[in-house]
Write a protein that binds this ligand. Structure first.
Ligand SMILES: [Zn+2]
Length: 234
């Protein structure tokens, strides 16, 4: 019997609390900034007050002592257009939609990384909830490339690492894999944090075979500057 609801959520899970934000209508001044995304430098002209009120990163960029404050322009060449479009929609009040494809999944993973960089903690956690719901309804194949990408863009202890590596280990354990494919072996032979985390989760899941997707959403949230959704008991 499935432990997950039809939408992938857990019935006993707590809802992520939205922060109190200044209404968008009060942030629609005529002060605009230009942001260029990706190698193709796709241009987005956006309301400066909205960006700076929502994100400490944008506030430091456009109101601080960097050249961006003079030019009112910012380039983010390493970020994807798809993820930035999701971010812009969210900033202007559009809700994040349910993930329905692996293309969406990839964009949402990158949105989590982008939201963290921009100090948008609520968006980071909200996007993680959508990824969790997708994993619970349709666990995608977590490839070695996907793991390397997630580790390359995050630091130790990051919830995105926790979700990625635990699901990769769960796929190996639940498939009763005794022989790993070449990509996974390369991961382990490469050593470092990936090998340590993957081996640690493998050992844990072989000992206690519990699907890591069953943990409450907050297990995969980051709450450094926001209250936790639940009380944790040691
Ligand atoms: Zn939480």
């Amino acid at each position: 019997m499935s432990t997950f609801g039809s939408d992938g959520s857990l019935p006993e899970d707590k809802v992520l609390q939205a922060p109190c934000l200044t209404p968008i209508a009060q942030l629609m001044s005529d002060r605009m900034v230009d942001i260029y995304i990706g190698d193709e430098r796709k241009k987005f002209r956006l309301h400066r007050d909205l960006l700076c009120e929502r994100s400490e990163f944008f506030k430091a960029s456009f109101e601080g002592h960097f050249k961006e404050a003079e030019t009112q322009e910012l380039a983010l060449p390493e970020d994807s257009v798809e993820s930035f479009e999701l971010l812009v929609g969210w900033l202007y009040g559009a809700p994040l939609m349910k993930i329905t494809s692996e293309d969406d999944w990839s964009a949402y993973l990158n949105l989590i990384i982008l939201a963290k960089k921009l100090c948008l903690k609520h968006l980071q956690n909200e996007t993680m909830d959508h990824v969790l719901n997708f994993y619970r309804t349709c666990l995608p194949e977590v490839s070695a490339d996907n793991i390397r990408s997630m580790y390359g863009n995050t630091s130790a202890g990051d919830p995105l690492r926790r979700l990625t590596i635990s699901c990769a280990a769960w796929i190996a354990v639940s498939n009763k894999t005794t022989v790993f494919d070449r990509d996974v072996l390369d991961l382990l032979e490469g050593g470092g944090e990936i090998a340590v985390d993957f081996t640690s989760w493998l050992a844990k899941l072989y000992t206690y075979p519990v699907d890591p997707r069953i943990y409450l959403n907050c297990f995969y949230h980051e709450h450094i500057s926001t209250p936790s959704c639940i009380e944790w008991y040691e």
